[in-house]
Design a protein around this ligand. Structure first.
Ligand code: BGC
Length: 688
């Protein structure tokens, strides 16, 4: 029976009491829901793509969600709301500074709170398996350790504002090509070592409140009905207390209503889009849920558990609490813009700088030519669901104009200029850095290659600044230009930051979170049509040898290695200390070293620690990242960094015995400035 409540009665119900224990509130509310109301809470609102049905009788307001990874956008597409455009996720990850990801999480959480929503449809943390993936710019890295450290900080920051993170796309949505159909055929070892660690870390280290199930199948079963992923691993093994939402329209291809309910899918999004335009078949209409339930296809207890999780997150996000009891919201504030700017400052990567042509000296240059399709292009409002409704956006040209006004003359041709800057790269049109399809090639568009070649004939002082979010092949033109900057999609202050880097007001400190291959066929996912793009199945035959694990182990020279990034100063590594010669199972080993800024400008170095298992009974990567620290040093300043390793850092996943194992023997510790620029080496013996 549905009880009716007056406003006064409602306010006195136990679940409305914000001082009551969370689980008691959840059980109280769950106990009051009718079966039909539970059905209603299982699906998106029929005429709103980002809302869940309210239940007025119980004072349950519509639960609201918005994308996404770089700022608020598609949840408020048709409003006039203006928000902060943050750098693309790959650029944020390139800072190798998790503190900035935490600050980003806090800032975007405040923006989501300000617009009155509950959940951010981010972060996206699928591993960058192929450099062609259309969503590379939205994801973080090819490395599970860097992925985990970065995303844990982000989720903690975001949820500190009592806004739910929605970690996506769980799992193995590593390509856009045929994303609704393809099955990622992946080994247990690769799942454990490469594809799942960051997802697991968000649960175990950051208590992520929501996961988004992927479009694709994993080993033959769609994400939304994959009991192994949603129940066995996520809930039972990892201890997830939140709920799972489908990716938008993902349920249209699954087997049945009950397969999703029984697998642990709490919420199907979106509801059916209104009548005339798009009628997407969904599996969680009330009629379908009722029929499956009455037919005994799922139990009320199973449904209750799915709903219980959703209610829990409603309470965690303060859905029933007075505004005064929640963290305050704010949007596009100077503080948020500063966070966006700092991410760009630390994430932009100096790829090449021959003869120290950079930084440019504003006193010495009189004429500058600015060329290339991305000089004037705004990037915020594109790329698919990660588009951002930005308050403003400083283009690269505008940034240079701001910097050089009154000091340097802008000329039209390279021949007239002292220095030419070409803003090349990609954009967010389909087939570039864009959701829904993959890139067709690793190259820049031919027109841009021609422009670079032509320009360098006219002017040797030509600098290429790349605005894009995925690796680019450069063999054709790299030798012709003395300097290259990878600026990613750098957020609303991007143009100003790029100008600051070009003229040395900021010393670059970003490092690549992904290997740039020389050519596509060098890349592990591109060994045959079976490994990419696949047909109904795509076979992850490279196993754990993804990214630098492949390039380093197979000794293939990349264009730029994982972890690479130059600075306007240089750093010396010395005085490596390892506190023990042997380490046993429950021990920890401590590693420290000194870093010296051997040059003039202040700068930051990302010290990377890789581990190598010298002798192993199974094939292991030549090296694996197990620690990193970003250290800021003034001119000639010396600092020290310390790392700690324990058994999990030495382990691999043993498929025969279904467990993690570290084998006795010598382990090397490699410390360096990139995966290919190792400066110090040491070793110890592990006693199993
Ligand atoms: C994307 C998700 C996104 C959702 C809602 C889907 O197409 O894959 O990442 O959050 O749309 O916009």
């Amino acid at each position: 029976m549905q009880e009716k409540y007056s406003q006064e009665e409602l306010a006195k119900l136990p679940f409305m009491d914000s001082d009551l224990d969370l689980e008691k509130r959840v059980e109280d509310l769950l106990g009051r829901l009718t079966l039909e109301e539970k059905f209603s809470l299982s699906k998106g609102k029929w005429n709103a793509v980002f809302h869940v049905n309210p239940i007025k009788r119980l004072g349950i307001k519509a639960y609201k969600m918005t994308d996404g990874p770089h700022g608020i956008g598609s949840g408020v597409l048709i409003s006039r709301i203006k928000t902060t455009y943050f750098p693309g996720a790959i650029g944020r990850c390139a800072t190798w500074n998790p503190k900035l990801s935490e600050e980003f999480g806090i800032a975007i959480g405040q923006e989501v709170r300000e617009i009155g929503f509950n959940m951010l449809l981010a972060p996206g943390i699928n591993i960058l398996r192929t450099p062609l993936c259309g969503r590379t710019f939205e994801y973080q890295t090819e490395d599970p350790y860097l992925n985990s450290r970065t995303v844990v900080a982000l989720v903690k920051g975001l949820q500190s504002q009592r806004i739910a993170a929605c970690v996506k796309h769980y799992a193995c949505n590593n390509q856009e090509h045929e994303r609704f159909k393809v099955s990622s055929e992946v080994s247990e070892r690769a799942l454990q070592e490469i594809y799942l660690p960051a997802f697991k870390a968000t649960v175990q280290e950051a208590d992520a409140w929501c996961f988004m199930a992927c479009y694709n199948k994993v080993n033959g079963i769609y994400g939304c009905e994959n009991k192994n992923l949603l129940k066995d691993r996520l809930r039972d093994e990892w201890g997830f207390r939140g709920f799972v939402v489908s990716d938008w329209f993902a349920t249209q291809y699954v087997t049945s209503t009950e397969s999703c309910i029984n697998a642990g899918l709490s919420l199907e999004m979106p509801g059916r889009l209104s009548g005339l335009l798009l009628l997407i078949p969904s599996k969680f209409t009330k009629k379908q849920l009722r029929k499956a339930f009455l037919g005994g296809k799922f139990s009320e207890e199973t449904l209750n558990e799915n709903i219980r999780r959703f209610l829990r997150v409603m309470f965690l996000t303060g859905h029933f609490d007075e505004k005064s009891k929640l963290p305050p919201g704010s949007r596009a504030t100077p503080e948020h813009i500063t966070v966006s700017r700092r991410i760009a400052e630390e994430g932009i990567v100096l790829l090449k700088n021959e003869n120290n042509i950079l930084p440019l000296n504003i006193e010495k240059i009189t004429k500058i030519a600015v060329l290339g399709p991305n000089a004037k292009k705004k990037m915020a409002f594109g790329g698919g669901s990660s588009l951002v409704r930005s308050k403003y956006e400083i283009t690269p040209l505008k940034g240079l104009q701001n910097k050089c006004q009154g000091k340097i003359e802008f000329v039209k041709t390279a021949a007239e200029a002292d220095v030419t800057i070409i803003f090349a790269g990609l954009n967010h049109k389909g087939g570039n850095d864009c959701e829904g399809s993959d890139r067709k090639s690793l190259d820049l568009p031919q027109k841009q290659i021609d422009l670079i070649k032509q320009t360098t004939q006219e002017n040797k002082n030509t600098i290429v600044v790349l605005i894009n979010g995925s690796p680019i092949a450069m063999d054709d033109w790299i030798d012709k230009v003395p300097a290259i900057i990878e600026a990613w999609y750098a957020g609303l202050e991007g143009g100003n930051v790029i100008a600051d880097i070009l003229f040395g007001n900021i010393n670059p400190s970003g490092k690549l979170p992904i290997t740039f291959p020389k050519k596509l066929s060098d890349s592990p996912a591109h060994q045959s049509p079976k490994t990419y793009p696949g047909t109904d199945k795509v076979f992850y035959e490279e196993g754990i040898f993804v990214g630098y694990r492949h390039f380093d182990t197979k000794n293939i020279e990349p264009l730029f290695p994982f972890g690479h990034g130059l600075s306007y100063t240089t750093f010396t590594y010395e005085n490596l200390q390892i506190d023990k010669e042997t380490m046993s199972e429950n021990d920890k080993i401590s590693i420290s070293l000194d870093i010296i800024n051997a040059g003039e400008p202040a700068g930051a170095e990302v010290v990377q620690l890789y581990v190598q298992d010298v002798e192993s009974s199974i094939e292991r990567p030549l090296k694996e990242l197990k620690g990193f620290q970003k250290i800021f040093l003034g001119p000639s300043e010396k600092g020290s960094v310390t790392f700690e390793l324990s058994k999990p850092d030495l382990s691999f996943y043993d498929e025969t015995n279904h467990c993690w194992t570290a084998e006795q023997g010598i382990f090397k510790i490699l410390l360096g400035s990139s995966s290919r620029d190792i400066r110090l080496e040491g070793q110890f013996e592990y006693l199993a």
